[in-house]
Design a protein around this ligand. Structure first.
Ligand SMILES: Nc1ncnc2c1ncn2[C@@H]1O[C@H](COP(=O)(O)OP(=O)(O)OP(=O)(O)O)[C@@H](O)[C@H]1O
Ligand SMILES: [Mg+2]
Length: 361
């Protein structure tokens, strides 16, 4: 059984994990420890391997080499039956909720319990109602089909399904992508409540810095198949502090976009910002000023999300792929005191600049 330096066994311990698909190296030596009862957030650009990492731990993808231990047990060496059992003890909120369209909400929520015969159908209906209430939905929602729900409700149902068996490990794959910032914050709040209530250990993956800071105790950045930075989630970016991580490690690049209230109202900023972000291949955003702001801000923010969802450079064939691979760009949003102007600054952060700050395992 493995031990950390403090002598306690991590809930999840990963060492030197490698996974390639054909010639494409996706995970290139990932190592991390997730302590019992903590929330660990993995951030990284589109296609950086975040979902593959979670799927490896979950046992849905077999890595090429490396170690994955849960409670000190070597999962990869365990017989298939045992792996199945371990898998069933992890609750997962999949990217885009991934609900089964042909099943009702209550069947979706209790799907795992029913499949493992841990509950009768009659009890499952009631149990689903209780769990739905925990995620802020009326139990009557249980009789609807996923297509009848809004995006935010679907995420809640996905969360309900993840916690239905009261797992002691929870995975969240992009829990807030596609939601407006207010609903995103609500879902983050629910996630934090659920994890606390169950005393679970959680791994969440996200593009969204604000979300990472709300959900995470610890955070790590995945870049080119490696975790290149690791530390307290609260130190990811601290917008009010001039010596924040971002400003001390990143170089502000020339692309600064400033818009006035007037421009935002007539939609001009949205288009310009979209072009700016697309050119710059933004992989993460700082969105802390967006919570309760005016509608035009939300329109702009939604545009971030649209762009963040796209693979780098895909829409812009003029941008050579080699440039986008050499840098990580982070966006910082600043607002002047009377909120008339919004300034967006882009920082370029080289992988080498990030590495020395990481607490290497
Ligand atoms: N089953 C698979 N077969 C082949 N390639 C795969 C498979 N799963 C993932 N990949 C590739 O691995 C890379 C990483 O994918 P992954 O889904 O982990 O990215 P991600 O970081 O989760 O991105 P996003 O933020 O867009 O969800 C991608 O290039 C993807 O095409
Ligand atoms: Mg993914």
């Amino acid at each position: 059984m493995s031990q950390t330096m403090t002598g306690t066994t991590p809930k999840i311990r990963i060492r030197d994990l490698h996974k390639s698909f054909g010639t494409k190296k996706v995970l290139d030596g990932v190592s991390m420890d997730v302590a019992q009862g903590t929330s660990f957030v993995v951030i990284g650009g589109s296609g950086s391997g975040k979902s593959v990492l979670l799927r490896c731990i979950l046992g849905l993808i077999t890595p090429d080499s490396g170690i994955i231990e849960i409670d000190g047990e070597n999962v990869l060496a365990a017989p298939e039956k045992r792996r199945e059992k371990l898998r069933s003890e992890i609750g997962m909120l999949f990217q885009n909720a991934a609900l089964f369209d042909s099943l009702t909400v209550w069947e979706n929520v209790t799907f795992g319990l029913l499949a493992l015969h841990k509950i009768t159908r009659k009890n499952a209906r009631n149990h689903a109602g209780t769990i739905l209430a925990q995620v802020g939905l009326d139990p009557s929602v249980g009789d609807l089909y996923p297509s009848e729900l809004s995006g935010g409700m679907q995420k809640r149902v996905g969360l309900a399904r993840a916690i239905a068996a009261q797992p002691n490990i929870l995975f969240f794959d992009e829990p807030t992508t596609g939601l407006d910032p207010i609903m995103g914050a609500v879902i983050d709040g629910l996630i934090v409540d659920c994890v606390k209530k169950l005393g679970s250990t959680a791994i969440a993956i996200t593009h969204d810095m604000a979300s990472a800071q709300r959900i995470g105790d610890e955070a790590a950045m995945l870049y080119k198949g490696k975790l290149i930075w690791q530390g307290a989630a609260s130190s990811l970016m601290n917008s009010g502090n001039p010596n924040s991580t971002l400003e001390s490690i990143g170089t502000e690049i020339s692309a600064i976009y400033q818009s006035s209230q007037q421009e935002r109202s007539n939609g001009q900023s949205t288009t310009e910002l979209a072009n700016l972000l697309r050119r710059a291949n933004v992989v993460a955003t700082q969105t802390d000023t967006l919570q309760a702001r005016l509608k035009p801000y939300q329109a702009v923010y939604q545009n971030f999300l649209d762009i963040l969802g796209k693979p780098p450079g895909k829409d812009d064939p003029a941008e050579p792929a080699s440039i986008t691979e050499q840098r990580t760009l982070l966006l910082k949003k600043q607002q002047d005191i009377n909120s008339r102007m919004t300034r967006l600054k882009l920082y370029q952060v080289e992988a080498q600049q990030l590495t020395p700050r990481g607490s290497a395992l």
